[in-house]
Each structure stands twice: as structure tokens, then as C-alpha cells.
Design a protein around this ligand. Structure first.
Ligand code: DP6
Length: 344
């Protein structure tokens, strides 16, 4: 039997940065699920060939990838209690990304959520558990979280929230949920254009990055800020308050980088071209009044967010003013997505 899932990446607007225990977040995060950047994964169960506890054959884009296979083995070994069939079969996994590996946006969110969904579907077939779709997705989100925190948010469409916070009913550290559905229609098809400033590997891994928060002198204030900004962002989404939206989203991105710059050891992950793009976006917004803002991951590439109704003007602006700052003029045009899909 073969199970196939396609699952998207997401971009956090309120950032998850810092964790404790077994992959539990130190603060709540809110993200936008993307449409174009995704991973397709297939899972086949075969007869075991060895006595290894977890036996996997992993092909990434048709080629063996032992480094990632080792990561997967560690993750799978940690969930054998709830998925005991993992130790009784050889897992043949094939994975492909929709975006080029060299684009610098390689995402554990899409790959780990696709894997978690494959595992949950397989489990459903083997154990014949008739859980409803909501339960299925909640369990997949939890499993994805154990693989990579941000992956917990990718199993849902649109805006999602992961981490307990008083402004969102039913929010949980255990799994992500869909954000309150009362956001303004202006945000439907929210655009995210990813400007590739640097296409290499990350210079600080997520694991090392989160650990920097453990003794960070600003940690307590940072966690408070995340709760408060998440609430503000929900208000901005509800009332189509673009000014507030831009302010909150940009402050979050800059705070993430400020935290890294002031960590011990310290990391400066923005490049000169990252700053050049940020300056142009702010100038463009101030002079045209078009709601457009930026966010950043733990790296130099810039995500530009804007409403569908401003697509033409912002795309023209990107083409005429910002391509000069990108590696090989590379931009990935993405937008709000519908979440994962099972492929037959
Ligand atoms: C800056 O989800 O990659 O992108 O749980 O260690 O796999 P792990 O970390 P990961 O961290 C993502 C950090 C971030 C912000 C975010 O996506 O919320």
C-alpha cells in the first residue's frame, strides 16, 4: 500500500522562537499557510531486511539522502510507542519539493507535515480507527510538531495558530488549530512574494537557534510581546486594519533578528540586500499608501506580504525595483493556500 500527501510550507507572522520539553513552544505563533511551496511525500511499507529498530529507505528527489534519513530515524524512533508498526516494517519514503533545493527556503514545515500526514493515514488504515477528519488533522499536527515545531501549523489552510494563548479559544501547545475564522475578506488570497537574497544553507540551524533563547536576557519580555502581538494581529485581520497588520508583522520579524543579534553567540542573518529591500518597501508604502510589508525567517530572504487587490502595483514594484537585490533575480510568487491534500 502506498500513501501520498502533498503538504505546504508556511510563513510565521508571529514567530515561534524558543522551545522546551518535548518540542513545546515558549510562545504562541501564527502563520500563513502557503500554496506554491510544498513537499510531496509517499510512504510504502515493505518487509524488513534487518534487525534495526527503525529501517527506512529515503529518497529525496530520486536520490538517497543519508543526512536527512538519519534525522527521520531519530524522529520516527521517538514515536514508536504510539505507532508500533513503525518497528515492524521497512519504510520506503520518497519526497520532493516544489521549490528548487538551492532557493534557500528549504522547509522542514512542508516536509515534516507531509510525513506526519502519511504516517497518520497509514496508521488509520492499519488500525482501522474511524477518527473524524478534525481528530485526524489534530493528531497529524501534533505528530508534525514532534518532527519540527513549525510543521504543526502546515496541516491547516489559511491562518493557523500554534501555542496556548488567551486570545484564541482552544489554542494549544500540543497541536496547531485554524485561526479564528472571522478575518476580513481583504485577507483572502493574501500574497507572499519570497525574494531570494541568498540561496545557500541556513547558517544557524533551528535547533541551535531555539536554544539561544534559553538564557537570553530579553526572553521574558519577548514571550509577553508574542502573546500581545498575536492578539493585535487577530484584531488587524478582523477589521482589515492594514496599518496595524504591517506594524505588527514587521516588528515581529525585526524582533526575531534582534534576538539573534543579541544572543550569545550572536548571529547577524540579514544581508546588506535584505536591508536594501526593507528600506524600499517602507518607502514604497509611505509614498503610495499601498499596504505592503515584509517578514523574515531565520535567514536573509525577504517575504513580501500584500493584499490580492494590490497585486498589480506591488508586482510592478518588485519587478522594477527589487529584483536587482535578488540572487539571479529569483522571486517565488506565493500566496495563502488551502492546506495539504492526499494524492491518489
Ligand atoms: C524562525 O520549526 O524550524 O521559522 O522545531 O527545531 O524544527 P524546530 O524549529 P522550526 O523553527 C522555525 C522558526 C522560525 C519561526 C516560525 O516558523 O515560527
Amino acid at each position: 500500500m502506498q500513501i501520498n500527501w502533498k503538504s505546504p510550507s508556511n510563513i510565521a507572522l508571529i514567530k515561534y522562537w524558543g522551545k522546551h520539553g518535548v518540542q513545546l513552544p515558549n510562545n504562541p505563533s501564527l502563520s500563513l499557510t502557503l500554496r506554491e511551496a510544498n513537499t510531496t511525500t509517499s510512504l510504502d511499507l515493505k518487509k524488513k531486511r534487518s534487525k534495526k529498530n527503525i529501517e527506512i529507505d529515503f529518497l529525496f528527489e530520486g536520490e538517497r539522502n543519508d543526512k536527512f534519513a538519519a534525522k527521520l530515524e531519530t524522529f520516527l524512533a521517538s514515536v514508536t510507542q504510539e505507532l508500533p508498526w513503525l518497528t515492524k516494517n521497512r519504510l520506503v519514503l520518497r519526497s520532493e519539493n516544489s521549490f528548487p533545493h538551492s532557493a534557500g527556503i528549504a522547509s522542514s514545515a512542508s516536509s515534516m507535515s507531509a510525513l506526519a500526514l502519511c504516517l497518520m493515514s497509514t496508521n488509520r488504515m492499519l488500525t482501522k480507527t474511524p477518527e473524524d477528519d478534525a481528530t485526524f488533522l489534530r493528531m497529524a499536527s501534533r505528530l508534525a510538531r514532534l518532527g519540527s515545531g513549525s510543521a504543526a501549523r502546515s496541516v491547516y489552510p489559511g491562518f493557523t495558530v500554534w501555542g496556548k494563548t488567551t486570545s484564541v479559544k482552544n489554542s494549544s501547545d500540543d497541536h496547531a488549530i485554524i485561526a479564528p475564522a472571522n478575518y476580513h475578506a481583504d485577507f483572502n488570497e493574501l500574497q507572499d512574494s519570497i525574494l531570494i537574497v541568498h540561496a545557500g544553507e541556513k547558517s544557524v540551524s533551528s535547533r541551535a537557534g531555539h536554544a539561544l533563547m534559553n538564557d537570553h536576557p530579553m526572553a521574558a519580555q519577548r514571550y509577553k510581546n508574542a502573546h500581545a502581538r498575536l492578539k493585535q494581529l487577530l484584531d488587524a485581520l478582523k477589521h482589515a486594519d492594514w496599518q496595524l497588520f504591517c506594524k505588527v508583522v514587521e516588528t515581529e520579524a525585526l524582533e526575531l533578528h534582534a534576538l539573534m543579534m543579541t544572543s550569545d553567540p550572536s548571529f547577524i542573518l540579514m544581508h546588506p540586500n535584505t536591508l536594501a529591500i526593507i528600506e524600499r518597501i517602507r518607502f514604497f508604502r509611505a509614498t503610495t499608501n499601498i499596504p505592503v510589508c515584509f517578514t523574515l525567517d531565520a535567514g536573509p530572504n525577504v517575504h513580501i506580504l500584500y493584499p490580492y487587490f494590490a497585486k498589480k502595483e506591488v508586482r510592478n514594484f518588485i519587478q522594477s525595483e527589487l529584483l536587482q537585490f535578488c540572487v539571479k533575480k529569483k522571486v517565488i510568487y506565493d500566496q495563502m493556500g488551502d492546506g495539504p491534500s492526499m494524492l491518489l
